[in-house]
Write a new protein. Structure first.
Length: 384
């Protein structure tokens, strides 16, 4: 089977972008095609027989369709493609890949460009949330050239601003899934620890660095090499999934919902050295944080995670609010690759905490276009 596709970088992630109409109509065959295209599942975690990059940030897929009947420009479905698992997890969204949706829509003629800035409204069907992308354009196409630097991506590019409208309750239906700013979580092998569950753009479970024996200066290489630490982190995440009502059991959370909730370690600002060797001081940030993604420490900080983190920073009593060193709606997250500035609008009203919006910036680029090839023998022939 041959299917047209565009490979795009969005933020610090990469994904194949498909038009929904070009993919197999049957959902089961569609998943078989996407998994085979990425070279998944691969027990060696290399995705050597596909286009996957053998990391969670490079094993993602986006499916785009017309959104005018739902009052937006396009519809966007995100999928986290398993590397060694036969799974495409669609329970949440990806902020990095979201940043490439607007550029894709412009270049594919789904939205008419209005130089020098084109506004693209799209609905993420995973979460039911509307995102507004402000896309730099030139000559009727996305203009990737600019002076914005995104930590974790070499070089510079044009800044794509993303406004997440009313991001609360993206997966669980509630900004605070348990109704509490802090909960106690019983984790096998670790004991009882404090956690904060916040669902904004994606659900996150927040844990203090010190409660898992860390101080916030550890590198991704150190933590990824520590199998005991990674197992402990997954135990926390899986138990939090049950607490949030996402999975019925910890085992089910690991097997079927590996992408949500994501786990973030947070603490007050501190001096640390990023992955590129650059040193950052505590005065440059509002909070120090790092996120796990599909069992490994994320090399930077996903935009949806930054949204949940910045929203949580404004909710009294959360672990992020406890750690934050800022009393404004501007939040700077110190992460594995540098600093990430965010803007949030959160208020407390008659019905509790409410997130009006959260905004951040990313860069994007169209990497290549063509067709993805998958042998027909790898698909369910009765449905092709």
């Amino acid at each position: 089977m041959r299917v047209p596709a565009v490979f795009m970088r969005g933020g610090t992630s990469k994904a194949l972008f498909f038009h929904e109409a070009d993919l197999p109509e049957d959902p089961r065959v569609r998943d078989q095609f996407i998994l085979a295209a990425y070279g998944s599942p691969d027990p060696f975690r290399r995705q050597i027989d596909g286009v996957g990059g053998a990391a969670s940030s490079t094993s993602k897929v986006a499916v785009i369709s017309d959104g005018r009947e739902q009052g937006v420009d396009v519809l966007y479905e995100f999928g986290q493609v398993g590397i060694d698992q036969r799974i495409i997890d669609r329970r949440g969204n990806c902020g990095n890949i979201s940043s490439a949706v607007g550029p894709f829509a412009v270049d594919e003629g789904l939205v008419e460009a209005t130089d020098p800035m084109t506004v693209v409204r799209f609905l993420n069907v995973n979460t039911g949330k509307v995102i507004v992308a402000h896309v730099p354009t030139k000559g009727g196409r996305f203009d990737p050239n600019g002076e914005f630097e995104l930590p974790g991506v070499p070089g510079r590019g044009s800044a794509v601003k993303l406004d997440y409208l009313e991001p609360g309750g993206s997966v669980t239906g509630r900004l605070l899934p348990t109704g509490n700013a802090v909960d106690q979580l019983d984790v096998p092998g670790l004991g009882t620890i404090d956690v904060s569950l916040v669902d904004a753009a994606n659900p996150l479970v927040f844990v203090r660095w010190r409660d898992v024996g860390l101080d916030g200066t550890e590198t991704a290489a150190q933590l990824d090499a520590d199998q005991e630490f990674r197992a402990r982190a997954e135990a926390i995440r899986a138990q939090a999934s049950v607490l949030a009502g996402i999975a019925p059991s910890a085992a089910e959370a690991t097997a079927q919902a590996p992408s949500v909730p994501k786990l973030s370690f947070v603490g007050p600002p501190r001096d640390y050295t990023a992955a590129n060797g650059h040193s950052y001081s505590a005065e440059q940030m509002s909070v120090r944080a790092a996120m796990m993604s599909m069992g490994w420490l994320h090399p930077s900080y996903p935009l949806t995670g930054a949204i949940a983190t910045s929203v949580a920073s404004r909710i009294t009593g959360t672990l992020v609010n406890e750690a934050i060193r800022s009393d404004s709606d501007s939040v700077v997250i110190g992460h594995q690759s540098g600093l990430l500035p965010m803007e949030v609008d959160v208020e407390f009203g008659d019905t509790g905490w409410f997130a009006r919006s959260a905004s951040g910036f990313r860069t994007a680029r169209r990497l290549f276009e063509g067709a993805v090839l998958v042998p027909d023998e790898r698909l369910d022939q009765s449905m092709v």
